[in-house]
Design a protein around this ligand. Sequence first.
Ligand SMILES: [Zn+2]
Length: 384
Amino acid sequence: MTELRLFTQGIVYTPSERWAPGAVLVRGSRIVDVGPAAAFTSVRNAEIIDLQGAVLTPGLVDIHMHGLHGHDVMGPDLPRVAHLLPRYGVTSFVPTTLTFPWDEVLRRLEEMTAAWDRVEGGAEALGIHIEGPHLSPKRPGMANASWTRPLTLEDVDTLQRVTGGRVRMITFAPEETDAVRLLPYLRAQGILPVIGHSDATFRQVGPWVDLGLHMATHTFNAMRGLHHREPGVVGAVLYYDDIVAQLIADGHHVHPAVMDLLIRVKGPDRVALISDAAPLAGSPPGEYMWGSYRVVVDGETVRLPDGTLAGAHALLDTGLRTMIRTLLLPPETALIMACRTPARALGLPKGEIRPGFDADLVVWDETWRPTQVYVKGRPVYTRE
Ligand SMILES: [Zn+2]
């Protein structure tokens, strides 16, 4: 018999709707129904979870993250990462690569793939996000520019072979590639083409949108900026509705006023909050190695010794709080960007409390910190 669970007497964000007091009925791994608590009083044979006025939302979906607490997704530590993420309200994620020499990227991906089946009891890994080495050498961010290479059809095939077909997103600089052949090829394989670390001009981007380009990696960071006579990649992300803009919302990568501008222009259905968490995310201040990159953690950021930001120190729950507390956005808007928009971009039944969707749920305290987390209906985290 599949167990029935009723979460009731909470403030429920679906996230586009708010029910207070609201209730969510779950059977096994799926959501059955959601609505005002009064509509569920006749439910029988369910385990009742009384939320006592706490906030209940879908789990956060982080489609761009590299690791945390010293664990790198690019290798055997993937299960550790999955296990640690729920304490930050993250119930599913897309583990993301970093630029290394090609052979090393493939070797690390083999290790990640071998570890995949050991992911158990934590956040769900949704597929792999390749972010490097297919970057513009002119916009490498923290990456060693000499290790970048243009993305080719052959590289796509190699990546899918090495990972058992787990690649779901590729961030690349289309101007370095045969984009006219590559973009439809990626779409046909169910891989989301993501422009990023790109020095393309505004004029170049439009035709790529027509060919299936659908997202931009960490908008504003490591891409050609906006000039009023040459709008660049940033201008194209703002201009084209079909491009979903990833945004690192840690408060360090993008100024709050610019984050606010982006959200006002694109709307929450076209902005996906990401953490871009480095494997040193959440680690105490000090000097560390991220693979072969030396990085410095100061408690709020992760940087190369020259000051270049090297991924983020914060996880996605910090991004959510930044939206609510610094930008003063309604929780509905912030949650749409942290849950629904990224899940929709991947075409997955997640990121919303909606009948038939995965029961990935987070209970929050009044300061927007997670207290209980469920992945596909299973309790995976309870705060001490
Ligand atoms: Zn990244």
